[in-house]
Design a protein around this ligand. Structure first.
Ligand code: DOR
Ligand code: ZN
Length: 371
């Protein structure tokens, strides 16, 4: 067998007790990093195959902070979609997010949003994660911009993680929410906020307590916890920001999404990095899961006998949060009766290798998307 293909199960297989396939409306990915250049060309097909809307993060170098950069980026994304992934029904639609920075001109943002170009604004705490150097030192320093956004109904997407070095890494989501986001929500209750890649029980509670907030949840935060990251040898492929947290946090996230809570939707946070940037003295944060994220999420729901709720999490809740029409087409997910062969890596045209997260789950699922 090729080293790039795996068919052995890693996680325990569940005995299927109910129907072996389900059909769900075409899913959306409300948080994804598509990068640029050869990496964009290598990864965009995975997103285009599986998802309709993709909320594309702006942490390029330099970041997206104006209309011309956003439009040019969207055109590069669409040009990079392989012809085999073009769909008639529910075509792949990238939504470009602007990077919250003093460089944003609020009038230009509002005009661009009115014309359907600027999807939202993403706040990164400076230094919290990949390409966040140009991020903010506090939410409070952007109040004037946020007031304009609230008036214009432009959503704020937040990387909710404190960068205070005195706070334990596993407590940084809660610290940011309490110290930074709670005062902003109190000051501008009309501002729509998405807490991105929520990773803790504290994050779930925060969203429940703040009706102006919704949240994305990633496949990897639902399917792995910090013991997977650290207990049997440190796994750089599972290193991401916010860091994967405790089993109790993961269980709370799972309980929340399988309950169908409409404030929570899928955002894969698929974030490819070359293995050269993952394996070394320090690892870049990010998990590339656009290839098998849907299988991973289906597997989580299946193991909790909750496949009937999958469509709400991956296909419906996000449409309501972002005010878009529900999809027209459907996707079929079928449990495989034998382990399927799955690629474990991709290679870009620049020769970079990227590890595909979730290949173990993917051996158990066959997904059919409309042509
Ligand atoms: O793990 C992460 N990777 N978290 C982020 O917030 C950014 C992302 C990236 O761009 O690599
Ligand atoms: Zn992200």
């Amino acid at each position: 067998m090729s080293p790039w293909v795996r068919s052995a199960s890693i996680l325990a297989r569940t005995i299927p007790s109910v129907a072996s396939s389900i059909e769900i409306p075409t899913p959306d990915d409300w948080h994804v990093h598509l990068r640029d250049g050869p990496m964009l060309e290598a990864v965009v097909g995975y997103s285009a195959r599986r998802f309709r809307h993709s909320m594309v993060m702006p942490n390029l170098v330099p970041p997206i902070t104006d209309a011309s950069a956003a439009v040019a980026y969207r055109n590069r994304i669409l040009a990079a979609v392989p012809p085999s992934e073009h769909r008639e029904l529910d075509p792949f639609t990238p939504w470009i997010v602007w990077y919250c920075s003093p460089a944003i001109d609020a009038d230009e943002l509002v005009t661009s949003h009115e014309s359907g170009e600027a999807a939202a604004v993403k706040y990164y705490p400076a230094g919290a994660t990949t390409n966040s150097d140009g991020g903010g030192t506090s939410l409070a320093s952007f109040m004037t911009l946020f007031e304009r956004m609230a008036e214009a109904r432009i959503r704020l997407l937040v990387h909710a993680e404190s960068t205070d070095p005195t706070i334990d890494i596993f407590d940084r989501e809660e610290a940011f929410l309490t110290e930074e986001l709670a005062p902003l929500c109190a000051a501008i209750p009309e501002l729509g906020v998405t807490v991105e890649h929520v990773s803790t029980a504290a994050g779930v509670d925060f969203v429940a307590e703040h009706p102006q907030c919704a949240a994305t949840v990633t496949p990897h935060h639902l399917a792995r916890d910090r013991s997977d990251l650290l207990a049997s040898g440190m796994k750089p492929d599972l290193y991401c920001k916010p860091v994967i947290n405790s089993a109790a946090d993961r269980e709370r996230l799972v309980a929340t999404v399988i309950s169908g809570d409409p404030a929570f939707c899928l955002g894969t946070d698929s974030a490819p990095h070359p293995t050269t940037a993952k394996y070394g003295p320090t690892a870049k944060a990010g998990v590339f899961n656009a290839a098998y994220g849907l299988e991973v999420v289906a597997d989580v729901f299946d193991r909790h006998d909750a496949l009937a709720e999958l469509a709400n999490f991956v296909s419906r809740n996000g449409c309501a949060i972002y005010g878009v029409d529900p999809p027209e087409g459907t996707v079929e997910l079928e449990r495989a009766s034998i382990d399927l062969e799955r690629a474990t890596h991709l290679t870009t045209s620049a020769g970079d290798e990227v590890v595909l997260f979730g290949d173990a789950e993917a051996t158990r699922w066959r997904i059919r998307t409309p042509g």
